[in-house]
Design a protein around this ligand. Structure first.
Ligand SMILES: Cc1cc2nc3c(=O)[nH]c(=O)nc-3n(C[C@H](O)[C@H](O)[C@H](O)COP(=O)(O)O)c2cc1C
Length: 319
């Protein structure tokens, strides 16, 4: 059974993946936050760093492409092949309004004919094995049967399914029934993604879906970086480990980014790690107000001193 780290823009960048890989076993692949290529294939310095072989050394990272123009997609795919990647992923799931309005991400699911033309052109020339990460439709669950029939026509290497519609974003519950239907119909592995926040969640899910080929974990694993290890029967996370992870992340960000950017990123990461801790709320408030490195480091140390790890650590979605 495969466990994958979900792509999370703003969190699971090259630094995060490297530190996580070094400290926590159990993740078979790290899917990278999407790149959105244009005709010129111009990427920011940060995007190029994130894709570079040096920044991903030793990490089984899979790049993800968000595109609706097959030429843009294929240009990026060839560039990724030249960088040494052996697999790529197509994003048909991003629900963000700015993305879907352009007919990309989950927005591409609105027009199955256009999507089929895109996939015909992509598969005619794709230089690497291609997997797909999708929702079950954009606006309505009624789109699902046609979408499923369309996806299984193509030779994807695997299908990561987040069984909500794009419109639902992260509201309501993902639909196990769609996952079961996809597994029965698809000639390639179908991987579940959505709302597995603890090892118990994963075990219960696997109990209900015997033989499931894999799970992709996102918010739950940013909250509890030892989640994959725990699902596979290893130890749960402890406080010294969580602190070591936090400190290693901060150190590595400071090596590649200015201090203000590193502190900004650590604030975001602490937004998730905080769910793993029973901590005085006042300490988190103080930490959030820090802007400089010294203030942040002191606030984090004070917070960790007065915290204990929850059992189990669990991400709590906004109500
Ligand atoms: C902050 C954030 C950024 C995300 N960025 C991406 C992305 O770049 N590509 C993608 O396919 N999904 C992205 N996702 C979706 C996740 O990969 C995943 O599908 C979602 O969080 C549901 O899984 P979970 O319930 O295990 O968190 C993002 C989600 C969040 C919360």
């Amino acid at each position: 059974m495969k466990l994958y780290f979900a792509p999370m823009e703003g969190f699971t960048d090259a630094v995060f993946r490297r530190v996580h890989r070094r400290m926590f076993p159990g993740v078979e692949k790290y899917f990278m936050p999407f790149i959105s290529p244009s005709a010129s294939l111009s990427f920011t310095k940060r995007e190029m760093y994130d894709l570079s072989p040096e920044a991903n050394a030793g990490v089984p990272a899979v790049p993800q492409i968000l595109a609706k123009d097959p030429e843009h997609f294929l240009g990026a795919a060839r560039m990724l092949r030249d960088l040494g990647y052996t697999e790529i992923n197509l994003n048909l799931g991003c629900p963000s309004g700015t993305v879907t309005a352009k007919g990309k991400g989950a927005g591409a699911l609105r027009d199955p004919d256009a999507l089929a033309r895109f996939l015909d052109a992509v598969f005619a020339a794709c230089p690497l094995p291609l997997s797909v990460k999708s929702r079950i439709g954009m606006d309505d669950e009624g789109e699902w049967p046609q979408l499923m029939r369309l996806v299984i026509r193509y030779p994807f290497s695997e299908w990561i399914l987040h069984p909500r519609t794009g419109r639902e974003q992260y509201r309501f519950s993902p639909r196990p029934l769609c996952f079961d239907q996809a597994r029965r119909a698809a000639p390639f592995p179908v991987i579940w993604n959505g709302d597995l926040f603890t090892a118990r969640d994963a075990w219960d899910f696997l109990g209900d879906h015997p033989g499931a080929e894999g799970l992709m974990l996102g918010r739950g694993m940013v909250t509890n970086p030892a989640l994959a290890r725990e699902i596979l029967g290893g130890e749960g996370i402890n406080l010294p480990e969580l602190i070591a992870f936090h400190d290693a992340l901060l150190r590595e960000y400071l090596r590649v980014w200015p201090a203000s950017a590193a502190v900004g990123r650590m604030h975001a990461v602490m937004g998730y790690l905080g769910f793993a801790l029973d901590h005085p709320p006042k300490r988190m408030r103080v930490l959030r107000q820090t802007t400089d490195l010294e203030g942040y480091t002191d606030a984090a140390a004070a917070l960790f001193r007065e915290s204990r790890v929850l059992s189990p650590p669990r991400f709590v979605p906004p109500a």
